[in-house]
Design a protein around this ligand. Structure first.
Ligand code: ATP
Length: 213
């Protein structure tokens, strides 16, 4: 087994409020982890820390045995991808958004790869020319998944990715996560009890304290 993340005595505080309280956790490659807990308990904060969007106040966090350095962050983001509850797309066309991952890698846009992935999310090629502003919330979330997945990350940090969706869109995304992403490392924050039970490791956070079932 390869250890990806190791968190030792992690604390995160803002303005004298302890948001993460002495977290100890090891995440192995291939883990399928779900995380639940009351609103405001620190779930998104933990995911943002794993995404290296914030750094611990104290404690030791390593990825593949090393502390994260600012110089390596661009490469890190290609391996470890954060998926937001509300998708963040630019205000142009679907095509502009889906070209972005190719542009930052100075790679040529691969239309057949993109359309194949769109199909997996039940979206046809005609979506490429649509404006983001004209899409439904569920379609936007599916496009955001395609954008994050054209160059497959190894680790997916999923932050309540289905909570704003109707049943049909929820099912499309859930099915993709459980079937197509089987070989990936998944850390999935969810309020949905059905989704929580899918986790091979089930964690809960209450008042910043982490527990594993
Ligand atoms: N930068 C910050 N400044 C002040 N308070 C913060 C900051 N970041 C997080 N918090 C607070 O820390 C607590 C935990 O936030 P977090 O977003 O991790 O909760 P959560 O468990 O994901 O909640 P939800 O289920 O509602 O999304 C909240 O009370 C939040 O207001």
């Amino acid at each position: 087994m390869t250890t990806l993340f190791n968190l030792e005595n992690i604390f995160y505080s803002v303005q004298n409020q302890t948001i993460l309280n002495n977290i100890n956790l090891t995440i192995e490659a291939g883990d399928f982890i779900t995380i639940s807990g009351p609103s405001g308990s620190g779930k998104s904060t933990l995911l943002k820390m794993l995404a290296s969007m914030i750094t611990p106040t104290s404690g030791c966090l390593t990825y593949k045995g090393k502390t994260l350095k600012k110089e390596r962050i661009t490469d890190y983001r290609k391996e470890v991808s954060y998926f937001f509850q509300q998708p963040t797309l630019f205000d142009d066309t679907v095509m502009d958004n889906l070209k972005f991952p190719f542009d930052i890698r100075q790679a040529e846009f691969d239309k057949s790869r993109v359309t194949k992935l769109l199909k997996r999310f039940k979206l046809n090629e005609s979506y490429l020319d649509k404006k983001i502003i004209d899409l439904s919330g569920g379609e936007k979330q599916r496009i955001a998944f395609v954008r994050n997945l054209v160059f497959e990350p190894d680790v997916l940090l999923l932050d309540e990715v289905t909570s704003a969706l109707d049943d049909e869109n929820k099912e499309i995304i859930q099915q993709f996560i459980t079937e197509d992403l089987k070989d990936k490392t998944i850390i999935w924050v969810t309020h949905d009890n059905g989704e929580f039970k899918l986790g091979k490791r089930q964690l809960s956070i209450v008042d910043g304290i982490l527990e594993e079932k």
